[in-house]
Ligand binder design. Structure first.
Ligand SMILES: Cc1cc2nc3c(=O)[nH]c(=O)nc-3n(C[C@H](O)[C@H](O)[C@H](O)COP(=O)(O)O)c2cc1C
Length: 331
């Protein structure tokens, strides 16, 4: 989604009149012929397979009854995320590109292929590819992208306005739901609520975790003298049986050091004990109906939100964080 969101931001900056960034599993493939321009960002997983979020869309696109002119009104571009260390390098993007052409869609530019092996990662290919995409779109149909100069030399006050507003409430104004976690069920509810309120996680997962696990073994396997720390963790489910199939990926949501969380919040000049609600700005409300559900009615403690929905100690900030920081410092 990082790359798709960047494409969306740059298109908005270039004055594109209507931009909608969606995960493929939220997009109805039946409506594809009614679109005029679509930019696809597609990673490859497994052995040259499309990612889970693309599977339904891909299966639909392979239907035999779709003729060679089904997408004749569509202009598209594909950017793939892959790793040339794999034999089936960027297969999902290559197959999607081919199938779209077979169905009559017209490529705006040649597909771009991001490669984890590039010294700059996928951005090594993405930066020039995006520039070429914007130039072509502006040249071919300037109503789609009228303000090319805003992409080449963004004016500092033009980074798009925030999509969400955060309201702060003093702790004594709020009925406190999450300060006394008495059992694991409470804990699971609190984690789910924090994660469902996070704009960056919304649409990504659906209020996970599915299971709470207890760590019963944490054994260091490496000697630690070469700077590496390799460990064996044994995790046991607490309440329910964990069901999985071969090929499933275990995503672990680790806890965070409470001291780091407090330092982070204080560095943002905020009060960890305060409560917050998060709401889309009015213009975004329609698109985010499902998000608003309940999030504004029940404030959550800032400390709980940061510790359950963010990663303050180890996540590297996204590129947009630096773009926005530069913008902030210049204003
Ligand atoms: C389990 C796994 C399988 C992968 N298989 C392929 C592959 O077959 N071909 C390829 O080009 N890249 C493959 N990759 C690399 C990913 O496509 C690449 O890291 C990409 O940037 C991941 O993007 P995403 O995290 O947004 O899905 C694989 C990565 C993983 C973790």
């Amino acid at each position: 989604m990082d790359v798709a969101e960047r494409v969306g931001r740059e298109a908005e900056r270039g004055g594109c009149p209507s931009v909608d960034v969606q995960s493929m599993d939220h997009f109805d493939p039946n409506t594809l012929p009614t679109e005029s321009t679509v930019i696809f960002v597609v990673s490859t997983t497994g052995q040259g397979d499309p990612p889970d979020t693309m599977k339904v869309f891909w299966r639909f696109l392979l239907k035999r009854n779709l003729g060679s002119s089904w997408l004749e009104g569509l202009h598209y571009a594909v950017f793939g995320l892959g790793d040339s260390g794999y034999q089936k390098y960027n297969f999902a993007a290559k197959k999607l590109d081919k199938r779209l052409q077979d169905l009559g869609a017209k490529p705006i530019i040649e597909k771009g292929l991001g490669d984890d092996q590039h010294p700059s990662g996928y951005e090594g290919a993405l930066d020039p590819w995006l520039m070429s995409l914007w130039k072509t779109l502006n040249h071919v149909n300037s109503t789609i992208l009228p303000e090319m100069s805003e992409i080449l030399h963004p004016s500092m006050n033009k980074l798009e306005h925030p999509k969400f507003k955060i309201m702060y409430h003093a702790s004594n104004e709020v009925v406190q739901h999450d300060s006394h976690i008495s059992d694991l069920k409470d804990m699971k509810n609190v984690i789910e609520r924090a994660r469902s309120m996070s704009p960056s996680l919304h649409g990504h997962d659906h209020g996970e975790p599915h299971y709470l696990l207890k760590m019963v073994t944490n054994k260091q396997l490496s000697k630690g003298d070469d700077g590496r720390d390799v460990r064996q963790f044994v995790l046991e489910p607490l309440a329910s049986v964990v069901e999985y199939q071969v090929g499933d990926v275990l995503e672990v949501l680790p806890g965070q050091n409470p001291a780091f969380v407090d330092v982070f919040i204080k560095r943002c000049k905020l009060d960890p004990d305060s409560y917050i609600t998060i709401e889309p700005w009015s213009g975004e409300r329609d698109a985010m109906d499902s998000y608003v559900n309940g999030s504004s009615d029940h404030p959550i403690q800032l400390r709980t939100f940061v510790s359950r929905a963010m990663d303050v100690a180890s996540a590297s900030p996204r590129r947009y964080f630096f773009e926005a920081s530069i913008d902030n410092n210049n204003n």
